[in-house]
Design a binder for this molecule. Structure first.
Ligand SMILES: C[S@@+](CC[C@H](N)C(=O)[O-])C[C@H]1O[C@@H](n2cnc3c(N)ncnc32)[C@H](O)[C@@H]1O
Length: 252
């Protein structure tokens, strides 16, 4: 199902704008710097390795191809950027951007081990003020980043600005399911599996923020409206695992 939008018909609900309010960016950056040493291990453990499959889906839906100039926003320790690099090959180029220095340091080390031949750049920068000229990139990804930026609309506007006309972006993130039953499962999983597992590694508070951040995060339908407001010509939100995750696929 593809949802096409007429810009003139969009009336952006004010509640969508207030729903994007979140803790200050400096606090978010500090959390991600602190959790950098355990971040990959915990992701693998908590998702039973499934996050790699969802990330592969995001790369596929970004339509990354050989030779592309690709961007991964909020790249963290580099999972999606490294998957993009495998798709794009040595004739392409991948840029990973994040504002957490410790995450970028790990991304660089992983690139040396996993993908040393593909041209890759790791940039410390802000998803709300991307340090690129307009119409630069053939495709883009963002994994678990949109929920964490302090201004979702601005982040989408920036992403749209730097993509070439017709280029695609795929944005993977948590999502609050519509079904009350699935919501209960998700909340139980976060409270009884994620937080205690993180607590074992001394990072309880750093992971306790996930549940409230999902509450603040716009639903798939709301994300689609925000993407329309950000000037994307097409947007569709695909729910994954019963709506507990989702991928927002956008076309400039
Ligand atoms: C949950 S991590 C996701 C990392 C990686 N994409 C992944 O899927 O594993 C979210 C990342 O977003 C970054 N981030 C949040 N807000 C940002 C901003 N305004 N600019 C750049 N990076 C940001 C954080 O530093 C963090 O590394």
């Amino acid at each position: 199902m593809t949802v096409l939008y007429d810009q003139k018909e969009l009336i952006l609900d004010q509640s969508l704008m207030t729903k994007t309010a979140s803790p200050a960016a400096a606090e978010i950056r500090a959390i991600f710097d602190r959790i950098a040493p355990i971040y990959d291990r915990l992701n693998d453990r908590l998702s039973f390795g499934q996050h790699q499959i969802w990330k592969l889906m995001a790369v596929k839906w970004s339509e990354a191809k050989l030779g592309d100039n690709a961007l991964d926003v909020c790249c963290g320790s580099g999972d999606l950027a490294l998957l993009l690099a495998k798709q794009i090959g040595i004739s392409g180029r991948v840029t990973g951007l994040d504002f957490a220095r410790e995450q970028l340091a790990i991304a660089k080390q992983r690139q040396m081990a996993k993908c040393p031949t593909v041209p890759m750049e790791w940039l410390e920068g802000d998803a709300l003020a991307l340090p690129f000229a307009d119409n630069q990139f053939d495709c883009a990804t963002m994994g678990y980043g949109l929920r964490n930026v302090t201004d979702i609309l601005l982040s989408l506007q920036e992403l749209c600005r730097v993509l070439k006309p017709g280029a695609k972006a795929a944005i993977l993130d948590f999502h609050r399911p519509d079904s009350g039953y699935m919501q209960t499962i998700q909340q139980w999983y976060l409270a009884n599996i994620v937080v205690p597992t993180a607590a074992d590694l001394g990072m309880k508070e750093e992971y306790a923020y996930i549940n409230p951040s999902i509450d603040r995060f716009p639903t798939g339908t709301e994300q689609v409206k925000l993407a329309q407001a950000a000037d994307f010509s097409q947007a569709v939100h695909y729910p994954l695992i019963g709506g507990m995750m989702g991928i927002l696929v956008l076309t400039k």
